[in-house]
Design a protein around this ligand. Structure first.
Ligand SMILES: [Zn+2]
Ligand SMILES: [Zn+2]
Length: 204
């Protein structure tokens, strides 16, 4: 599930518009409000040929299959990248950054690991259930953590070319995720006034 944001310039925007960057359906609040609706980000598949294929939410699995990938293999080989949309604080232009997205066996093992820890712990240790519950919660986080650490160490370079360094428009180095820019007045790339505001727009 992705979060959607609306970027509105008080000067330039009179019409609502949705940019389908990484999602195919949206549940919007204030449907008629002017401005551009964009997502917080999306997952993309980096093919062995070096081609980036966006996996739009909620069709990630079928899009990955169509591109010839599988979750487990792509995740373990660092071919799933999580893109986050950023807004430049100097000029208001949208940029992106990427990191490795791991969603393979680590995620599949979360529930069995948590349940096994709870059952075994209850059986072996005379601890109150709430402590065992907390411990099993922590244990469940271990497999995805191991997977994430491994994939980042071995294949972290896959995300390097897509990491944000400088704004594509002004060359500035200060850009933040849309969720960090809510209710700030930012410069508009079209009219250059500080008339842009970002609000929560819904879910994809
Ligand atoms: Zn900029
Ligand atoms: Zn403007």
């Amino acid at each position: 599930m992705g979060t959607l944001f609306r970027i509105t310039c008080d000067h330039c925007d009179t019409q609502p518009n949705v940019t389908f960057d990484g999602f195919v359906g949206a549940a919007l609040t204030e449907f008629d409000k002017p401005g551009e609706v964009v997502s917080d980000g999306y997952v993309a598949y980096l093919s062995p040929q070096g081609k980036l294929v966006v996996l739009p939410h909620p069709l990630e699995s079928s899009s990955l299959a169509a591109a010839g990938g599988s979750w487990t293999r792509s995740s373990l080989s660092g071919r799933l990248l999580r893109f986050t949309n950023l807004i430049c604080l100097d000029c208001g232009t949208l940029n992106k950054t990427a990191r490795i997205h791991s969603a393979g066996p680590g995620c599949i093992l979360m529930v069995p690991m948590g349940v096994a820890t709870f059952v075994l712990g209850e059986w072996l240790l005379p601890l109150p259930p709430w402590i065992m519950f907390t411990l099993s919660w922590v244990a469940a986080a271990i497999p995805p953590w191991i997977e994430g650490t491994y994939v980042n160490r071995v294949h972290g370079e896959n995300a390097a070319p897509y990491r944000f360094q400088h704004c594509v428009q002004c060359g500035g180095s200060k850009a933040v995720p849309l969720s960090d820019a809510l209710r700030k007045k930012l410069p508009c790339p079209k009219c250059a006034e500080r008339t842009i505001s970002i609000t929560y727009a819904g879910k994809s």
